[in-house]
Design a protein around this ligand. Structure first.
Ligand SMILES: C[S@@+](CC[C@H](N)C(=O)[O-])C[C@H]1O[C@@H](n2cnc3c(N)ncnc32)[C@H](O)[C@@H]1O
Length: 308
């Protein structure tokens, strides 16, 4: 992974192409589940790359997922990702769900890393209390030792979202929002639903998970060399951390089967421009909002099987 994957590399600038699946002018006959058309060379490259990592190595990567992220933070300390100041701007839900001005909101930054999303959020909105968790003990320690960490406004704890019950740290149905930013892609696709179920229990009915992550055919996906493929749209980096690339359909289905309703689910296309190196690469992200319904009748059934 390099820092330009989820934020910008040194000297790089991210610009919007102005196209999202919601703003395409001519409606497509069938809604496509990808945001970017590949060149023939890119298509050929992906088609050629069919050999999967051995099952033995795949099991080891799963067993060592936490260790590999912890080593990532040992190597990079807090210097890797840039602060994400776009969160309150783009996920205005976080602040607009207030019923009255100055209403205190309680949120969870799930998979907080070293706090690149958490601290800008706390700085920008003084009426937020944030829980934050990550399964890397080092990341949690970095958050605790950040000069902006104030236990009156924030509680960080170690937790594997796919295993450890969030109810041990906060009451059921208590959160006004959960941010899930470039975290689900790091979890094995077979276990993603476990993280979503865990989060479901602590969200207030009617409140949302705010999601942003890699979209199918993002530049980071096309950069993987042969030998790093784990499964469909799922790859492993040199350092053993893994990354899934989402289609809007896959993500919607994942949330739906866990009981959430779709509010927004769209691709965001960007270009990362590095003028110094004369590089301009296409980025594809998926930015979405899924709500826990007010009525829980759909809890563990497919949403489409339920009465509207
Ligand atoms: C790309 S980083 C994103 C960090 C942060 N959300 C941000 O926006 O800067 C992904 C994070 O997910 C964490 N993570 C991966 N799998 C996890 C799991 N099962 N439970 C909790 N955290 C996990 C990793 O330790 C890592 O800190």
């Amino acid at each position: 992974m390099d820092s330009s994957e989820t934020s910008l590399g040194k000297g790089s600038k991210e610009v919007s192409s102005g196209i999202t699946s919601a703003t395409r002018k001519a409606p497509l006959p069938k809604r496509e589940s990808f945001a970017r058309i590949l060149s023939p060379e890119e298509t050929e490259k992906l088609e050629r790359d069919r050999t999967l990592v051995t099952e033995f190595r795949q099991l080891k990567l799963e067993e060592e997922a936490q260790k590999n992220w912890d080593l990532f933070y040992k190597r990079n300390s807090t210097n890797f990702f840039k602060d994400r100041h776009w969160t309150t701007r783009e996920f205005e839900e976080l602040t607009s769900c207030r019923e009255f001005e100055d209403q205190k909101l309680t949120i969870l930054e799930a998979g907080c890393g070293v706090g690149n999303c958490l601290f800008p959020l706390l700085e920008e909105d003084l009426n937020i209390f944030a829980y934050a968790c990550d399964f890397s003990p080092r990341a949690v320690d970095y958050v605790k030792h950040n000069s902006l960490y104030d236990p009156e406004r924030c509680k960080v704890f170690q937790c594997d979202l796919t295993k450890d019950d969030l109810l041990e740290h906060m009451p059921a149905d208590s959160l006004d929002g959960v941010t899930l930013i470039f975290v689900l892609s790091a979890i094995h696709p077979d276990k993603m639903h476990l993280a979503l179920q865990n989060i479901y229990k602590v969200l207030k009915p009617g409140k949302c998970v705010l999601f942003r992550d890699y979209g199918l055919y993002d530049h980071a996906m096309l950069r993987f060399k042969a030998g790093n493929k784990l499964g469909e749209n799922f790859y492993v980096r040199q350092d053993g951390t893994r990354s899934y690339f989402f289609t809007d359909e896959f993500l919607a289905q994942l949330f739906r089967v866990t009981g959430y309703e779709e509010v927004v689910n769209e691709y965001v296309l960007r270009e990362t421009v590095n003028r110094k190196e004369g590089l301009c690469v296409p980025r594809v992200f998926l930015q979405s909002k899924f709500r826990k319904p007010l009525k829980e009748s759909c809890h563990d059934a497919l949403a489409q099987d339920c009465e509207p």
